[in-house]
Design a protein around this ligand. Structure first.
Ligand code: KG4
Ligand code: ZN
Length: 388
């Protein structure tokens, strides 16, 4: 990749472009990543090597589980306050652990959306302050793009690939054709998969965060014990729906004896239902993906917090084997929210001199694939609109 000059504000037709003036790009940049879009306060320092591989020099994640646990879910005001209290310390730790100096940083990349607006603003403001004071570029990252590129934290992952992004706020199937080139093949019309795990855990009093607790409880249960729906099964599209399943679980729990065994059976049956839905819908998306990508071997990537579920990973691995796809996934600790994936996305944008203005805005909603977010009717309904 040839060294490029920073684009001036005039070239970019944007005021306050960061940084002002022209500097050569660093061929092996050191990027500070900041993540604060939900309930993890995270910072990471990552180096991008000339060959495109990356070294994660530090990745610090401070979970807010304790703060939100009494409420059985993330409380936005508490999240924003916790980010404010922890962010400086976490950034300092990331820089110290990476054994670098602030002046060595080439750019600051921060999640600028989508997410809980208070948290996003907190992280973005810290990034702006740092970038301005160090006179280095600011890179505003779409949190979903961080997840989409996260398998690259573990090694090479060539474009194109089919991506299943399954987290607490999102459930989407995307064709990832290149950096910034995403086509949505399907998405949830109501709740996200992680949300269904969290609500199920809340209803059954399993504690927060829901996903790992449901998975643990399910280990001792019978996945066939309770009949639950598989929304959209057999439909000729790749969209998802989890609201009906969530309600069915709540009803089943109400009607149960609420013993540890009953809880284990409901958790196992719920997890099996989510697993079946994810594999069946992904199967449809594989067919859609093949229309452009062809019949040869293809790559399939899973990312997001729900991708750390072992049963779901195993089922998707089997689906891949049956359909001539290779499964690629970030290591477990990079499935859930982290700043290394934000730094990685930042590094890729840095190499293309895709910098942002110091007055770039935080965005509570920010579809990764703007075109299909607009055109895909599945994104248009649901209580809170698209999960993007
Ligand atoms: O990617 P993430 O950390 O945050 C968002 O961007 O939303 O994902 C968090 C979600 C939560 O809903 C959590 O319950 C779910 O991922 N999760 C799991 C597991 N670990 C985390 N869901 C199912 N099984 C797990 N082991
Ligand atoms: Zn996430």
């Amino acid at each position: 990749m040839p060294l490029t000059a920073f684009k001036s504000p005039v070239q970019n037709n944007v005021q306050n472009k960061a940084p002002l003036g022209v500097k050569p790009l660093i061929s092996e940049p050191l990027i500070l990543g900041i993540e604060s879009s939900c309930d993890e306060t995270a910072a990471s320092v990552l180096k991008r090597n000339k060959d495109g591989s990356v070294q994660i020099l530090s990745s610090i994640v401070a979970s807010q589980d304790e703060e939100h646990a009494p409420f059985g879910g993330v409380v936005p005001e508490i999240a924003a306050r916790a980010h404010m209290q922890k962010l400086d310390i976490i950034i300092e730790r990331a820089v110290t652990e990476a054994d670098v100096d602030y002046k060595d940083l080439s750019a600051v990349a921060a999640t600028s959306g989508p997410g809980l607006i208070g948290g996003v603003i907190t992280g973005l403001l810290s990034a702006k302050g740092l970038a301005m004071s160090l006179d280095i570029p600011l890179i505003a990252i779409n949190h979903l793009e961080g997840h989409a590129l996260s398998p690259r934290l573990a090694g090479a992952c060539e474009f194109p690939y089919l991506l299943l992004l399954i987290s607490g706020g999102h459930t989407q199937l995307l064709s990832v054709k290149g950096l910034g080139d995403y086509q949505r093949l399907g998405s949830t019309v109501d709740d996200a998969a992680g949300e269904a795990f969290d609500k199920t855990a809340k209803v059954m009093g399993l504690g927060f965060p829901g996903g790992p607790n449901v998975e643990r409880t399910a280990q001792k249960g019978n996945p066939k014990a309770v009949a639950l729906p598989r929304p959209f099964k057999g439909k000729d599209h790749a969209d998802f729906s989890f609201a009906g399943l969530k309600t069915a679980v709540a009803r089943a729990y109400d009607a149960s004896e609420k013993t540890p065994l009953a809880k284990a059976d409901i958790a196992a049956s719920f997890q099996q239902a989510v697993c079946d839905v994810l594999t069946e819908r992904t199967g449809k998306a594989m067919t859609m993906f093949r229309k452009e990508a062809g019949s040869g071997p293809q790559r399939f990537v899973i990312a997001g917090g729900v991708a750390s579920n072992t049963q779901i990973r195993t089922a998707l691995d089997k689906l891949c084997a049956e359909n001539n796809f290779t499964l690629l996934a970030p290591p477990l600790k990079y499935c859930t929210d982290n700043a290394a994936m934000i730094a990685l996305a930042g590094a890729e944008h840095y190499m293309r001199a895709n910098f942002d203005s110091y007055d770039v805005k935080a965005r509570p909603r920010w579809p990764l694939d703007a075109v299909s977010a607009k055109n895909n009717p599945a994104s248009g309904f649901g209580k809170r609109g698209p999960k993007s």
